[in-house]
Design a protein around this ligand. Sequence first.
Ligand code: C2O
Ligand code: CU
Ligand code: CU
Length: 506
Amino acid sequence: MKWTRRELLRAGLALPIAAASCIRPRPEARLIPSLAPLPPRFQAALPILRAAQPVSAENGMDRYEFDVHPAAARILPGLSTEIWGFNGTFPGPMIEARRGRCVSVRVRNRLPVPIVTHLHGGRTPPESDGYPTDFILPVSGFPAAHMHDPLARVAQGEREYVYANQQRAAMLWYHDHRMDYTAPQVWRGLAGLYILRDPEEDRLPLPHGEREIPLMICDRSFNADGSLRYPARDPSLRELPAIEEAYMGGVLGDVILVNGAPWPKLEVANVKYRLRILNASNARRYELALDPLPRGAVAFTQIGSDGGLLSAPVELGTVRIAPAERFDLIIDFSKFSVGSSVKLINSADSGSAGEILRFDITRGERDDSAIPLKLADAPDIRPENAVLTRDFDFSFDRLKHSWRINGKPFDPARMDARPRLDSTEIWRFQTDFSHPLHLHLVNFRVLAHGGRPGPYDSGWKDTIDLGPGQGASVLMRFSGYRGRYVFHCHNLEHEDMSMMANFEVV
Ligand code: C2O
Ligand code: CU
Ligand code: CU
């Protein structure tokens, strides 16, 4: 946190010390209810995301240009919602990239606030990774007093990000990463999908084309006039990064959006579909399940995780997905009869947030897809090659009412770990409350997660969800680039309230 008590007082946000200390901090995520009537479920058609067209594709480089600006979206029936969007859309344009072929994205900031764009899951050189103080200032200018990091690479108006795509096929996503303001800015719409493909995956007989469907799931709440509701104390997001005290554990919405539409429906054939699911929520976890599930049937076959294909498919009855995690799932609709419907539900909640999407099985078709028993090569990384073990504790500071890593708030000026390029390390995490922990640059293998690795820890991960009081250890190799990166809790409110730290690959 970069604002002082005096700044708070000036803005009238500080409480007298005595009053502050008798407020019970609420470290649990909390629902902010919509004031607009919730729309009926399963009316809207699921928006199908299609790959954006590059503005040029020469010399081995696909170039995109994103203008980031406010726009009016139709999300709730009869109401208009102002979003902040890449090219004015939410979700932002979906990029489809090929392994080994560069992508450049020129981002132009037409918002009234600084932004930073990070490609989550990308093995990206530091200057394109979207470090939280590497601002793109508004085209219209911004007071310089708000910058505190001497190492920051601040851009005026626009910046070009270059992604090398030297990594496995996977579904990544890009989102805003402005220090102290990521949560409200993602809430307003600054997020999009990025699908990276490679020949190894193309060769597999998995469902594809119309039967491969990326799904960005997130929760939001709305004011009576249709605008997005969020408990920021400074809704301009220009002066102070404060959130109402009651929401410091995270903000939950009561409307579930899939690809930007509330509780949509999708017509499918009675065949296998590949659903590539991202939880883009600020703080909400989902327990994905199918309802109804035919007797004896298994709901999902997981084929991939954050970092791409698993070595072999895994059958799962339910899937727990935390903020920023991705699950690549096959649903076989041949288990359902034509004319029936099945809902993708969230069994972790009841009421409006307990439902997500409805599939209507409207037709019979031939299925020539298959799920091979071997999907990809098994990862070549071993714990015995680790040269170092580091420990990180993620916890709530009751005195400061803020979130900490090893007792310290995020500080761009402090280096918390210096792994060597191409070295393998084990990082051990310990938590107080639930925290979905994420590292930039690297993918890791889960070695332990409250004991042995859990059912959702298969494959290469970049985010691991720890339960309250849990420990985990992960194994990774710091390859790719030297430079400064962050790791943090991906509960975006926790992240904004300091639960972030630095590592530098040296
Ligand atoms: Cu999804 Cu540091 O980010
Ligand atoms: Cu990331
Ligand atoms: Cu957290």
